[in-house]
Design a protein around this ligand. Structure first.
Ligand code: SIN
Length: 280
């Protein structure tokens, strides 16, 4: 059997997500990478269990999805300037990424993908949830879709909650930087995926400050409705990590939520951003 036929994709839920077991990504052939990139566009989030990666090999694997990008608010690990630690120690109670979001939407050119590698995870808890933003848009009424399509939203790193990197949050395993220099960007509320041409909802409760040209107060009822709508259970999947699992998700069409249900246990991940396009 050729290598091409050997790559197995196991869907995780009706909405999105697939696991691809049995491949060592350090040794994947160009043909494997073509199939993985196809599966990435189809399933929006892929999981590869059983990897054995260092920050350096993680960056090399990640580069198969595109150019590497820098995360603005956390110091990288010593070995690799694009790789940041996401660590919650056993005695800590806040986590990073609690709340549905797409990554760093407050930048002018947000990352197309994020790669997350599990180093140490609790026996139970610390799952990550994902939601399909194509389906979130497509399941709105024609009237609501037409209303939203011309609108833009302001995204700010200082918006409502700011995720784990909000001012005042500290983690022993993470060194923040530039938190006093908020970033802001304006993007379409409905973006068109540059590779698939499909439309996806692109607002989230962690980063979206308001509809562009509207006050925050005026924006809230519309945004709050969309936040509820886009996290309906049937639009989601949930993944239980094991050490050595690598995930890659498409920030242009999926959102994620890091479950904070493992107080008393350590969770340590390495994260890498893949450069994207300006949303249109
Ligand atoms: C994040 O939001 O990037 C963190 C996700 C996670 O740790 O599961």
């Amino acid at each position: 059997m050729s290598r091409r036929n050997a790559l197995e994709t196991r869907p995780l839920a009706g909405a999105l997500g697939a696991e691809i077991p049995g491949i060592d990504l350090r040794e994947a052939a160009p043909d494997d990478w073509s199939r993985i990139r196809e599966a990435f566009l189809e399933h929006l989030v892929l999981f590869f269990p059983g990897q054995s990666l260092t920050p350096t090999t993680l960056a090399a694997v990640g580069a198969n999805f595109g150019d590497l990008a820098f995360y603005p608010f956390i110091e990288a690990v010593d070995e690799e300037p694009h790789v940041i630690p996401i660590v919650k120690e056993a005695h800590e109670t806040k986590n990073f990424g609690e709340g549905w979001h797409s990554d760093t939407t407050y930048t002018e050119v947000p990352p197309k993908a994020t790669v997350l590698y599990a180093v140490e995870v609790p026996q139970v808890g610390g799952d990550t949830l994902f939601a399909n933003m194509y389906q979130a848009f497509e399941s709105l009424s024609p009237g609501m879709r037409a209303f939203l399509e011309p609108l833009k939203a302001v995204h700010s790193s200082a918006a409502r909650r700011g995720g784990g990197r909000a001012e005042g949050n500290e983690f022993d395993g993470v060194t923040f930087k530039n938190r006093d220099q908020p970033l802001e960007a304006v993007h379409p509320i409905v973006r068109t995926h540059p590779d698939t041409g499909r439309k996806a909802l692109y607002i989230d409760a962690l980063h979206t400050a308001r509809i562009d040209g509207w006050s925050a107060e005026e924006s809230a009822p519309v945004l709050e409705y969309l936040y509820r709508h886009k996290s309906r259970p049937e639009l989601t999947c949930r993944y239980q990590w094991a050490p050595g699992t690598l995930a890659v998700w498409d920030n242009r069409a999926a959102q994620h939520y890091a479950m904070n249900d493992y107080h008393g246990h350590r969770r340590s991940m390495l994260r890498l951003s893949i450069a994207g396009d300006r949303p249109v």
